[in-house]
Design a protein around this ligand. Structure first.
Ligand SMILES: NC(=O)N[C@@H](CC(=O)O)C(=O)O
Ligand SMILES: [Zn+2]
Ligand SMILES: [Zn+2]
Length: 349
């Protein structure tokens, strides 16, 4: 048997433009899973209570730094959780001091810990205008919460009913459509050259809605926005692997302990920090697009945020099957690592 030539790929070190690190014991357990491969991450502010003010963000950042594994070189990029009471001047000061990199918009009730989010968009108008003026990006969880809208349509309806009107009303506002899950999201981004980008998760490149529901309900594949039909997964793959600078990686790695996922009312979120880079290498190879992987994970995101790409690198080597833990232990209970459903053979070091 001929020995397969090992393939090696060296990338600028990747960043994660949408990550949940949580707090306390969970933070300490999951942070090393990200710092192992990533240099920076946009850290989501949906703690309980949420990270609303500059002061909250500074305190959260300090807790993340205190939990940093030894030797890790990792920069958390902090965000503020937009509420109807957010003070535009507090946001501007947090941006000017370099403390925050983005503001996060959750429509109230759309997802995990979003109860303090926005109901009436007129109430955040002054903040959005200030953000447009100072060039501070708005990261958006793009789903309507109208109970009459089918859950599989909530992203597409959000684009028409909320996102497009808000963008038209606020010229210059820079927006990241977070974790897009539909061809509608891909098309909307492609149709707008300026001030618009989108993150795509690892898991939405791998699963469609069948993975959640066929053969028994799979709580570890349930996240929000929920995975859609296969045609949408294929549109996301095409966008991610295209090299188009408007699309970049945001894993949305969102840990919940198993008892909260494997429940009669399970939490939304897939935990992908551990094996994301191996999965992405597999997906990009399948698409014949390994040459575009660096753009997606390491170049497009920094360019959108006006930050330099990382000088350090990550090496991906194809070889024997990659082993990784099925669960990460935390003092609060185990967190199941996302199972892509196929063996991984790209090692990240
Ligand atoms: N994606 C998810 O399903 N869950 C996220 C929230 C979010 O990003 O919407 C979480 O915080 O658990
Ligand atoms: Zn979200
Ligand atoms: Zn998220």
């Amino acid at each position: 048997m001929r020995k397969r030539m090992s393939q090696i790929l060296t990338l600028r070190r990747p960043d994660d433009w949408h990550l949940h690190l949580r707090d306390g014991a969970m933070l300490r357990a999951v942070l090393p899973e990200t710092t192992r491969h990533f240099a920076r991450a946009i850290v989501m502010p949906n703690l309980v209570p949420p990270v609303v003010t500059a002061q909250d963000a500074a305190a959260y950042r300090a807790r993340i730094m205190a939990a940093m594994p030894e030797g890790a070189e990792f920069t958390p990029l902090m965000t503020l959780y937009l509420t109807e009471n957010t003070d535009p001047e507090d946001v501007a000061a947090a941006h000017a001091s370099g403390l925050v990199t983005a503001v996060k918009l959750y429509p109230a009730g759309a997802t995990t810990n979003s109860a303090s989010g926005v109901r009436d968009f007129d109430k955040v108008r002054a903040v959005l205008e200030k953000m447009a003026e100072i060039g501070l990006p708005l990261c958006v969880h793009g789903e309507v919460t109208d109970p009459s809208v089918d859950i599989f349509d909530r992203e597409a309806v959000f684009i028409d009913r909320v996102l497009d009107p808000v963008r038209r009303a606020t010229p210059g506002l820079r927006v990241v459509m977070e974790h897009i899950t539909t061809a509608n999201g891909v098309d909307y981004v492609r149709a707008h050259d300026r001030d618009l980008g989108a993150t795509i998760t690892t898991h939405h490149l791998v699963i469609n809605r069948n993975h959640i529901l066929v053969g028994g309900i799979k709580p570890h594949y349930y996240c929000l926005p929920v995975a859609k039909r296969e045609e949408h997964r294929l549109a996301l793959r095409a966008a991610a692997t295209s090299g188009d600078a408007r699309f970049f990686l945001g894993t949305d790695s969102a840990p919940h302990i198993d008892p909260l996922k494997e429940s009669a009312c399970g939490c939304a979120g897939c935990f992908t920090a551990t094996n994301t880079m191996s999965i992405l290498a597999h997906v990009f190879e399948e698409e014949g697009a390994l040459a575009q992987l660096e753009a997606f994970t390491s170049l497009n995101g920094p360019a959108f945020y006006g930050l330099p790409a990382n000088e350090t690198t990550l090496t991906l080597t194809k070889g024997d099957p990659v082993t990784y833990p099925q669960k990460i232990d935390t003092a609060d209970g185990p967190v199941t690592v996302f199972d892509p459903g196929f063996p991984l053979d790209w090692h990240a070091t």
